[in-house]
Design a protein around this ligand. Structure first.
Ligand SMILES: [Zn+2]
Length: 84
């Protein structure tokens, strides 16, 4: 099972930490797109990412990093996630 982390200001946050409807909606959306990305298989190695992390100062300004089998998988997923 892939690991998905969301970190705000370096601290891991979970859906239960969200205080407002807006925060909950942003968090739900972030996790949904990360789970979608987690299903993508590397065309060369037929493997999915090992870990996807979202880091940022707020849920609205996240930068994604992907750990996987190779730079192809990592690059494709990071680029895809940045556009969402
Ligand atoms: Zn690969």
């Amino acid at each position: 099972m892939i690991d998905i982390f969301v970190r705000i200001n370096g601290r891991e946050v979970r859906p239960s930490d969200m205080r407002t409807d807006l925060e909950r909606a942003l968090m739900d959306n972030t996790i949904r797109v990360m789970r979608d990305a987690a299903r993508y298989q590397c065309p060369a190695h037929l493997r999915t990412a090992l870990r996807i992390t979202a880091n940022g100062l707020s849920l609205a300004q996240l930068v994604f990093s992907v750990d996987g089998c190779c730079r192809i998988l990592e690059g494709v997923l990071e680029e895809t996630l940045e556009q969402l």
